[in-house]
Design a protein around this ligand. Structure first.
Ligand code: SF4
Length: 495
């Protein structure tokens, strides 16, 4: 489907396109002056007018020789930031309401297209509303389905006492951009580890960043709350290489209380590697089957079996890991509801302490997006997501973080569940953006949260492995500039 979009608020073009994709999935949304727009299957024309302190949005939809239109009026808002925010909302809501009329669909997340819908819930609480009132308000404003509003409420209540705002707190993220094979749905810059030739120069550059981050933490007077080693698959590294990374991190950030290592692929773990990780202050690992169906695992390019997952859980328990997360994905290619139900039953037997239920996202850079894969019907995906929710509750868990992505099957969500007391604070920090992050490794994005004015500034690392290795000093300099520290070499005693 190709849609030609005209709007006299061009700054909101992408936001209107996001709303259109809620209803038209993979639609290509083109500006009306694009050479291919003349061959579009449909056209949306949006106009904005401001008169006597009111905004009026007019949306006109033309497709198949028919036209539908809608006008919405709301009181104009003053102040540059408030005005931009509420005008965007008005434009999106008008387009959303028209598309709902045209298609007869009621998307579960209503007009919400953002990554972090909990933010809107917190906004309602900040206005003095109770949880029940906040859920009602979100349903009224954004046409959110009641179960999604309730899910947001569950997440927000789980975060109470865990989501803090401290000016001097920081989390450390360390990315290991290697995997044994590439999953069909992967859109990360991680590559296959192959013959491992890139590992040594990468780890050398990473050790430079770890040392510089240690100095930065000391000089800026920060305290490290959590360390998260992700990727990629950190455990794709050899025993000795992973041990080297863990030693450097444990020496650099000895006061961190929460340590997570993504041990994503069961085929990258053995008893020795797990025992070695136990020797460090690792409080949580993630062993991710994604599905317990071997045929699906083969189809999505993962080089392990369900039996290996089961064996690895037993090994990790024997070694003493008492907080293991499991990632699963709804709507994997070829899977039906009964397949996902079997995976959930298997998950319940393995009894992880936390469960992350993802909905498949068909990202542009993934092999799956470029293949002939036919997406699973949105209603089926919704039922799978609901099954995941019920299974997590039956395991005694509660939802504690949630995010949405573009191109997700059924336009749904990813939800992290955990047993009481075992939620991962780093995941909350990342999703709610309430704590600064020093992010090390390729493509990692450091964030500094200025608590006084809830402003966030970012310093990204380059994603290309070769560029990262060659330019690691520049990555260090970007982080030091973010914390307004002098360049390394003048005040950084570690370099
Ligand atoms: S394990 Fe993660 S990073 Fe590695 S290929 Fe799969 S999706 Fe990509």
């Amino acid at each position: 489907m190709r849609i030609a979009l005209t709007t006299d608020t061009p700054g909101f073009f992408a936001d209107i396109a996001d709303v259109l994709r809620v209803f038209w999935g993979e639609a290509q949304v083109l500006p009306a002056d694009h050479p291919d727009a003349a061959r579009a299957d449909a056209a949306l024309i949006h106009t904005h007018a401001e008169r006597a302190g009111c905004w009026t949005e007019h949306c006109l939809w033309r497709a198949d020789g028919h036209a539908h239109q809608r006008d919405d009026t709301m009181e104009a808002m003053e102040g540059p930031l408030v005005r931009k925010r509420f005008l965007k909302r008005a434009v999106k809501l008008c387009c959303y309401a028209l598309m709902k009329d045209v298609t007869g669909l009621h998307p579960p997340w209503g007009a919400l297209t953002g990554i972090r819908p909990t933010r809107l819930y917190y906004e309602q609480l900040d206005l003095g509303l109770t949880c029940a009132q906040a859920e009602h308000a979100l349903s009224e404003i954004f046409d959110l389905a009641p179960d999604k509003a309730a899910l947001l409420g569950e997440v927000v209540r789980s975060q109470q006492g865990l989501m803090t705002r401290e000016e001097d707190a920081v989390d450390v993220y360390v990315g290991i951009p290697f995997c044994t094979t590439r999953c069909a749905y992967c859109s990360f810059s991680s590559g296959e580890i192959g013959d491992g030739r890139q590992v040594a120069p990468y780890l050398q550059a990473l050790s430079t960043e770890i040392a510089a981050a240690r100095a930065l933490v000391a000089q800026a007077g920060l305290h490290v709350r959590a360390v998260y080693v992700g990727g990629g698959t950190p455990t794709a590294l050899s025993h000795a290489d992973l041990e080297g990374v863990m030693t450097a991190l444990a020496e650099a950030f000895p006061a961190a209380k929460e340590w997570t290592v993504e041990a994503g692929r069961p085929d990258t773990l053995d008893a020795d590697k797990l025992r070695m990780l136990r020797g460090y202050p690792v409080t949580r690992i993630s062993i991710n089957p994604q599905t317990m169906h071997d045929a699906t695992l083969l189809r999505i390019g993962r080089a392990h079996t369900a039996a290996q997952t089961e064996d690895t859980y037993a090994l990790a328990r024997n070694v003493g890991f008492a907080n293991i997360n499991m990632d699963l994905i709804c709507a994997l290619p070829g899977e039906r509801e009964e397949d996902f139900a079997q995976t959930l039953a298997w998950a319940a037997r393995l009894a992880p302490q936390s469960l992350t239920v993802h909905t498949l996202a068909l990202k542009r850079a993934s092999k799956l997006r470029q293949s002939a894969y036919t997406p699973i019907d949105a209603a089926v995906v919704q039922r799978m997501v609901d099954m995941g929710h019920r299974a997590a509750l039956a395991m005694g868990m509660r939802a504690y973080y949630l995010y949405r992505q573009k191109y997700m099957a059924g336009n749904l969500e990813n939800v992290g569940y955990a047993l009481p007391g075992l939620a991962c604070r780093y995941n909350i920090d990342i999703m709610e953006e309430t704590t600064s992050v020093l992010a090390l490794g390729t493509g990692a994005i450091s964030k500094r949260v200025f608590q006084a004015d809830t402003r966030i500034e970012r310093a990204p690392n380059v994603s290309d492995l070769g560029h990262y290795i060659a330019r690691v000093d520049e990555m260090v300099a970007r982080k030091r500039a973010l914390w307004q520290l002098p360049a390394a070499g003048k005040g950084d005693s570690s370099r």
